[in-house]
Design a protein around this ligand. Structure first.
Ligand SMILES: Cc1cc2nc3c(=O)[nH]c(=O)nc-3n(C[C@H](O)[C@H](O)[C@H](O)COP(=O)(O)OP(=O)(O)OC[C@H]3O[C@@H](n4cnc5c(N)ncnc54)[C@H](O)[C@@H]3O)c2cc1C
Length: 385
């Protein structure tokens, strides 16, 4: 395994740093001018779609360049893209979609003009996703599917134009078979979205109901009944992304800075050994996780596919995110309790509580921690089936 950066990689790192310095709008303008930022990334040679292959307009980064790129973007907290189009549906369309579907959907995904959401989970089909029951029945003339059923926890369905959806077209045979991948417009009169307000008081997830929704067969990705295969390949990449290592490196630095502003005796919270110990433990675990990612990149560079180590990264990465948010909460002290009202106490207190509550979900979505432990036990530690 070779995890030293080569001279070319170091030059690339410098290039990314210079690009960010010259193009990233400062302060809040980072958000109001995010369109200009993505445009600059695109002009740089497909940096707006860093993970896309060259034939679809991506930059053709090596896995190590991708790591460096993500690290530098994370360090600077650059505005993220919504994950469902660029990161999730696009690779499925590239691998399994028809040329017509690629031409029709990829441009809107790339320029952000069309929002997508992910319709996988259902009541009774979360960890056991193959248990899904939303039915898609082919009409007699073979031109449409009629879709009936319900999805749940659908992130950003309320602002999505389209949903990519796993549906059941057959109940014969093992439950992983008979699942079909459909693309459904959200403005169809048979699609109803109901909000779910989560612990932190925010609206990001929804229930989505389908009643006799008529979906043209041209909106089916790949073959009927093979949707499980298409959906599964994506999960490995989704899990690696959810580890959020680069963001955690930045978030931990921020948590240290926050704690450094909280007076305790003659010093600050950062001078207390019990607080410093927690920071030290997190830094060590974060570094170990970075090395796991680098090891995985080294094997991908050598030609292997990303494997079950994505489950280690998802499991540890999301635990670390939660522990960092807990440090912020601890630093905010009693002021954390006032988070729902006007902010009082240190400036970071309100966001600390919101971040802590919202972050509970990270060990659930994209495959719950218990499920990742099962995958690690079976496929990494070889502890039997
Ligand atoms: C904020 C948020 C956003 C989400 N966004 C989306 C989205 O956009 N699209 C989408 O399709 N889904 C989304 N989800 C759904 C998410 O993928 C599921 O919640 C997740 O897969 C868990 O499924 P479940 O909620 O049905 O829980 P269950 O599967 O019922 O699990 C309940 C508990 O049992 C445990 N458990 C289950 N099976 C096992 C097992 N075999 N061994 C040990 N323990 C087990 C779980 O770990 C968990 O603790 C989102 C969820 C959240 C919380």
């Amino acid at each position: 395994m070779d995890i030293e950066f080569s001279a070319e990689d170091l030059t690339f790192q410098e290039d990314v740093r210079t690009f960010i310095k010259e193009n990233l709008p400062a302060g809040m303008e980072m958000w109001t001018k995010r369109g200009e930022w993505f445009e600059a990334l695109r002009k740089k040679g497909g940096w707006d779609v860093a993970k896309w292959p060259v034939e679809f307009g991506g930059p053709g980064f090596t896995p190590t360049q991708r790591y460096i790129f993500d690290m530098e973007m994370g360090r600077n907290s650059t505005p993220p893209q919504l994950p469902f189009g660029v990161g999730m549906l696009a690779p499925i369309l590239m691998n399994y979609g028809s040329k017509e579907q690629q031409d029709r959907f990829l441009p809107g995904i790339r320029d952000g003009s069309v929002n997508w959401c992910q319709g996988y989970s259902e009541p009774g089909a979360g960890s056991d996703l193959a248990n899904l029951r939303t039915r898609a029945e082919l009409t007699e003339d073979g031109k449409h599917y009629i879709v009936n059923g319900q999805k749940i926890w659908t992130t950003l369905a309320h602002i999505a134009h389209w949903i990519f959806c796993l549906t059941r077209t057959s109940s014969d045979g093992p439950k992983q078979e008979g699942i079909t991948f459909l693309l459904i417009p959200m403005d169809d009169p048979g699609v109803e979205v109901k909000p779910i307000i989560t612990l932190g008081g925010s609206h990001s997830v929804n229930e989505v109901y389908f009643t006799d929704v008529k979906v043209p067969v041209e909106n089916r990705v790949g073959e009927e009944g093979k949707g499980w295969t298409y959906a599964k390949g994506l999960l490995i990449h989704e899990r690696t992304g959810l580890a959020g290592i680069q963001n955690s490196v930045f978030a931990l630095e921020k948590a240290k800075a926050n704690a450094g502003t909280v007076k305790v005796g003659d010093g600050t919270l950062m001078d207390l050994p019990r607080f410093k110990n927690k920071i030290g433990e997190l830094e060590a675990e974060l570094m170990a996780l970075e090395f796991t990612e680098l090891r995985s990149l080294a094997s991908v560079s050598a030609g292997s596919d990303p494997g079950p180590e994505s489950s280690i990264m998802k499991l540890k990465g999301t635990e670390i995110q939660q522990r960092i948010s807990l440090l912020n909460l601890e630093a905010a002290g009693i002021y954390a309790a006032a988070w729902g009202n006007e902010p009082i106490g240190p400036g970071f207190a309100k966001a600390a509580t919101g971040g802590y509550l919202g972050g509970r979900a990270t060990t659930i979505f994209g495959g719950a921690s218990e499920v990742q432990k099962d995958v690690i036990a079976k496929n990494v530690l070889d502890l039997g089936s």
